[in-house]
Ligand binder design. Structure first.
Ligand code: XMP
Length: 311
């Protein structure tokens, strides 16, 4: 792929299609939406409104990290605090699909849908990549039809356009274009992180207290495994509790699973053979630094039959 030609063509296409109108995009900080944001701003400048929606499910410091990283590139990003809305949509839900559905609905029909309607934007920029389209067609992923997800019917939708400048690229091409555009390496090489964020790593109900536990464990795992070279690594909070003993008191504590995998495209995966001392260090930190956690397990299961995430 020739990055220079790709960038030139996409910027020209966005400019030509949007004309003098306003456009909007949601930035998650993942590599796809980050590249769309940079291309969109090259094409439209301040006629592109970029929002980061804080859904309460983000990692430690993530909203600020994303806003700051783009500020350094001269791109303003609005942080929209939608934490309450997402948490109330998730309250009481334990079924994995029901949780995913609540997050999708709150994002598209609720928070982002409202922003799009209120903003008067005539175009949405979306970071769909080729793999998303293939997986949608194959029925592996939920469909990416933004307009219907926004609850906009075809008549109302008339005049609205969705632009998907990355739809011919795969993940490694996206990273290559990011590097070509001199985007920070930390963004270009960012580890995959799912849209439903930490909710995919909580078995059972997603509450702000349980999010705090998994968020702290995630920070430890990401810090300890940053130089592991693994494809993806994470912490997961189980729904069970286990007996333990601390300071001569029996306790019924929480259980964290550490998952670290090798993969090339996330379709299949195997557990990374982490050295024992590293596993001990992870276990030690997780059961001593996080309140109420007294067990730490390492997941050896390949995909298939397991998936990478837990919901
Ligand atoms: P699974 O758990 O299906 O994950 O083996 C495969 C890869 O996809 C990521 N993943 C998602 N990414 N939205 C995303 O953008 C999602 O809903 C989602 N679910 C899983 C996962 O992190 C892994 O890299």
């Amino acid at each position: 792929m020739d990055c220079a030609t790709f960038v030139e063509e996409q910027v020209a296409h966005i400019k030509q299609t949007v004309g003098e109108a306003q456009a909007i995009n949601a930035l998650s900080g993942g590599v796809d939406s980050s590249l769309v944001t940079v291309l969109g701003h090259r094409a439209l400048g301040d006629r592109l409104r970029t929002v980061f929606i804080d859904n309460a499910l983000m990692r430690e410091g993530e909203p600020q990290y994303v806003v700051d990283a783009f500020a350094q590139m001269g791109i303003p990003v609005e942080n929209v605090d939608a934490r309450k809305e997402f948490l109330s949509a998730l309250a009481g839900l334990t079924d994995p699909e029901a949780k995913r559905h609540a997050i999708t609905e709150t994002f598209y029909s609720g928070v982002f849908g409202r922003l799009v309607r209120e903003s008067g934007a005539k175009f949405l920029l979306h970071g769909t990549i080729l793999t998303d389209i293939e997986e949608t067609v194959a029925g592996i992923k939920r469909q990416h039809n933004i307009l219907s997800q926004l609850g906009i019917d075809t008549e109302q939708a008339y005049g609205y356009g969705v632009l998907e400048p990355l739809k011919t690229l795969r993940k490694d091409d996206v990273r290559e274009v990011c590097r070509y555009l001199d985007m920070p390496a930390a963004l270009a090489n960012r580890m995959p992180f799912p849209g439903p964020a930490l909710a995919t790593r909580i078995v059972g109900e997603v509450t702000s207290e349980r999010l705090d536990t998994v968020r702290k464990a995630t920070a430890i795992v990401e810090e300890e495994l940053a130089d592991s070279g693994a494809f993806q690594y994470m912490a997961v909070l189980l729904n069970d509790r286990a007996t333990g003993i601390r300071e001569n008191q029996r306790e019924f504590g929480r259980i964290i699973v550490v998952r670290c995998i090798e993969s090339t495209d996330a379709r299949t995966a195997t557990a990374t053979e982490l050295p024992w001392p590293k596993l001990h260090q992870l276990c030690h930190r997780i059961v001593t630094e996080i309140d109420d956690v007294n067990r730490c397990l390492y997941d050896l299961t390949p995909k298939p039959p397991a998936t990478i995430e837990y919901i």
